[in-house]
Design a protein around this ligand. Structure first.
Ligand SMILES: Nc1nc2c(c(=O)[nH]1)N[C@H]1C(S)=C(S)[C@@H](COP(=O)(O)OP(=O)(O)OC[C@H]3O[C@@H](n4cnc5c(N)ncnc54)[C@H](O)[C@@H]3O)O[C@H]1N2
Ligand code: MOO
Length: 449
């Protein structure tokens, strides 16, 4: 930001941390959020704070795997009276040797039976007038065949979900299966988002004056925070005075947020109020990170004695790309740790670069790219080499938000002079769930040698 030439912040004097060191420091200063008891369906996408055990065996009775006939296996193939029908939910009866019972999938095996012969291996013979229905059993069943034994899916007392487990749809089903109607999960973080800057206008501003810009960061970071499952509060835009920014900080504390994200005002200008304010109100852990984009990323803690917790503050750089890249690299692991993830760091894959990439001699670059499965030349659609290829999103200047459009990885381009040739193998951090991976080059069923 332009000013009178006299920097008001000591930003130049912050030691420059590496990205891994910055992330380590953030994680070591991030406390788990407390656990709360919630109805099991509301536990979806939360992280368990305590183990869940099956109180009862599943299944709780010997259950048929097939539609067919419950038999005593030693009776063997032959023609039999159908003594009764055993369906799920019908009171069990006892089978007399030398007879069989019709049974449906999931039905309780009658006492006296020890196996099921599926319909396909039988022939229904009908009934003689006044006589019972009869069936020909054509196959010798092994004891226990097509029967789910008591506790074979889940044993009584078995830990079915461990503390730290993320609850997806399958896990909600597991909770329902064992009748765990309420569970202990970690609370999700509450994130407040503030834009700063005199030039920053609401996106719906009808006309921009010279020097004004629409606020991209706030809506983008609110969306990104909600995307991680956090609760998000919009703090609006603070004009460039220390008092405005401090008022927003106080509002964040009053609202009980766990994390404050600010954008803008963290570099070297005389209107860069964020670092001095955080120095005054709390502890600044770092104010510079060796990365491109995102160098002025700032991380601080402000004590909130009345809540016996600290507010974590991320001063994200104002350039839109820098703000979202630093959100992924620094804020996402922090939010994940808060809500109980055992391994909160971003996941890495290896990719081959699709084009040459110019390296930066001063900072490692987090180059935005779209990864997709490589299809060897001439290979049919759906055939992959089993390797990911990443195409750069083009110009990487940190104002150009189009460099993040559809990006699903950040290539970790080393700090060096020169050009990294196309076809280089580099590590890449995965953004989200690779959902923007282009089709039709889906993960292929066939992997070439
Ligand atoms: N003398 C130096 N100047 C700068 C340095 C440096 O080391 N020495 N670092 C540069 C780097 S790197 C970055 S990144 C930026 C970060 O600057 P600030 O965080 O202080 O952000 P501002 O100056 O307020 O804004 C930067 C840029 O972003 C635009 N902006 C701000 N807020 C928004 C928003 N909500 N939505 C969209 N765009 C926004 C703003 O208009 C500026 O163009 O500093 C460099 N300078
Ligand atoms: O670090 Mo800044 O984010 O390069 O433009």
């Amino acid at each position: 930001m332009a000013g009178d030439g006299a920097p008001a912040t000591p930003a130049a004097f912050y030691k420059m941390l590496s990205v891994p060191d910055a992330v380590e420091l953030i994680l070591s200063e991030t406390a788990l959020l407390p656990a709360e008891e919630v109805p099991f369906a509301a536990a979806f996408q939360h992280t368990l704070a305590a183990d869940v055990r099956a109180a009862e065996p599943v299944p709780g009775f010997r259950a048929s795997i097939k539609d067919g006939y419950a038999v005593l296996s030693t009776d063997g193939p032959g023609e039999y009276d159908i003594a009764f029908e055993a369906f799920a939910g019908v009171a069990p009866r006892t089978l007399t040797p030398g007879t069989v019972a019709y049974i449906g999938t999931g039905g309780p095996l009658p006492e006296g039976a020890d196996a099921v012969v599926q319909i396909e291996d039988t022939e229904f013979l009908g009934a003689a007038p006044g006589g019972p229905k009869r069936v020909r059993i054509k196959k010798q069943a092994a004891p226990g065949e097509d029967v789910r034994q008591v506790g074979s899916d889940m044993a009584a007392g078995e830990v079915v979900l461990q503390a730290g487990q993320h609850i997806g749809a399958a896990e909600v089903g597991i909770l329902a299966t064992v009748g765990a109607t309420t569970v202990n999960v970690h609370r999700k973080p509450h994130v407040a988002v503030l834009s700063t800057g005199d030039e920053v206008c609401e996106p719906d501003a009808p006309k921009l004056e010279l020097g004004q810009i629409r606020d991209a960061n706030r809506a983008m970071l609110l969306a990104a925070a909600v995307g991680t499952g956090a609760r998000a509060t919009d703090l609006g835009i603070a004009r460039d005075t220390a008092a405005n920014v401090e008022a927003a900080l106080d509002r964040t504390i009053a609202e009980g947020a766990d994390v404050l994200l600010t954008t803008g005002g963290v570099s070297m200008g005389d209107k860069d109020f964020i670092k001095p304010l955080l120095e005054r109100r709390g502890t600044v852990y770092f104010g510079k990170v060796k990365m491109k984009p995102g160098k002025p990323l700032t991380f601080a803690k402000v004590a909130v004695p009345e809540r016996n917790r600290s507010l974590l503050v991320f001063g994200l750089p104002g350039n839109p790309v820098s703000s979202l890249v630093t959100f992924h690299l620094a804020v996402v692991p922090c939010l994940r740790k808060m809500e109980g993830w055992q391994e909160p760091r971003l996941r890495r894959v290896h990719v081959r670069t699709a084009m040459p990439i110019k390296m930066d001699p001063e900072r490692p670059e987090y180059h935005r790219a779209v990864a997709h499965w490589a299809r060897p030349e001439g290979a049919a659609e759906g055939v992959s080499s089993g390797e990911l290829v990443a195409a750069s999103t083009g110009g990487q200047i940190s104002s150009r938000l189009l460099s993040l459009r559809s990006a699903n990885v950040l290539l970790e381009i080393p700090q060096a002079s020169g050009v990294l040739p196309a076809g280089s193998r580099v590590s890449a951090l995965v953004l989200g769930d690779l959902g923007s991976m282009p089709v039709p080059e889906v993960p292929a069923p066939t992997v070439l040698p």
